[in-house]
Ligand binder design. Structure first.
Ligand code: ADE
Length: 263
């Protein structure tokens, strides 16, 4: 898969692509990321990429022309290299929020042309004519789309076979349909008893029992409890999809009992 990133700040991506767990995906080309500095496609001595908004108001608006020129260069390059056609994505707070289902679709797809907006916005005519989909990282405003692009690339890369050290580990993640879209369970490692600032705390005994079936049941219960407490919407979705069985419901019923402590 190939991602082409159009950005005013390609240097922000350097450390991201060269370090960390996903480096393998980018270095090996499993996830081929090409950076396209937008300013290279701007004209004039000042290589201008933005201007004041028509109608007045604060801030600057990114010009349609350099964006379209850069976007056209990307499309021609993809064509010349035989890359499959791919959608153009604009990162913007106006789009739907990125979620696990979208990441899974992207992870199985041909890649995309990713446009990182900056300043107060982008000339709408470029969006109308060249953008297929807008995506948001969340209901807040970033100063640019670069962080959102990195978030999407990171999430897509870790789903590629051979990228994580342990092949199955992403199937244990929160939101994964393999675990019914619930939150992840708590994790513990050594020492067995940790002296924290608020006292000594032991690892739940079941995790030391070596009893595989009991451990799996405990983990399921913890996923249900965490989702009930922190993300009841995920629990509702799992229930609607018929993913909770009678044992799950019995456990959740117990959590609701007074004195259960919630968890
Ligand atoms: N650019 C500015 N805000 C953004 C957001 N919330 N998500 C994606 N791109 C953005």
């Amino acid at each position: 898969m190939r991602f082409d990133v159009i950005t005013l700040f390609p240097e922000l991506f350097g450390p991201f692509l060269q370090h960390g767990i996903n480096r393998r995906a980018y270095a090996s080309g499993i996830v081929d990321v090409r950076l396209w500095p937008l300013r290279d496609h701007a004209e004039g001595n000042y290589r201008r990429v933005d201007d004041r908004p028509f109608g007045g108001g604060p801030g600057m608006v990114m010009l349609a022309e350099p964006l379209a020129r850069c976007w056209q260069a990307v499309r021609e390059d993809r064509l010349a290299e035989g890359a499959p056609p791919a959608p153009t994505v604009l990162f913007s707070p106006q789009g739907p929020r990125i979620d696990h289902a979208l990441v899974e679709r992207e992870a199985a797809g041909p890649g995309a042309i990713l446009i990182c907006g900056r300043y107060e916005g982008i000339d709408q005519r470029f969006i109308d004519q060249c953008v297929d989909v807008q995506l948001s990282l969340g209901d807040f405003v970033l100063s640019g789309g670069e962080l959102a692009a990195m978030a999407l690339l990171d999430a897509v890369a870790r789903l590629q076979p051979g990228v994580l050290n342990d092949e199955g580990s992403h199937r244990q993640d929160s939101f994964n349909p393999a675990l019914d879209g619930l939150l992840d369970c708590p994790h513990y490692t050594r020492p067995e008893v940790w002296q924290g600032p608020h006292g000594a705390q032991a690892v739940p005994a079941v995790l030391l029992s070596g009893h595989h079936e009991q451990i799996e049941r405990w983990r399921r219960q913890q996923r249900l409890a965490a989702s009930a407490r922190l993300r009841p919407d995920l629990l509702d979705q799992a229930r609607l999809a018929g993913r909770l069985d009678a044992e799950d419901e019995q456990w959740l019923g117990q959590l609701d009992q007074p004195g259960s402590g919630g968890l």
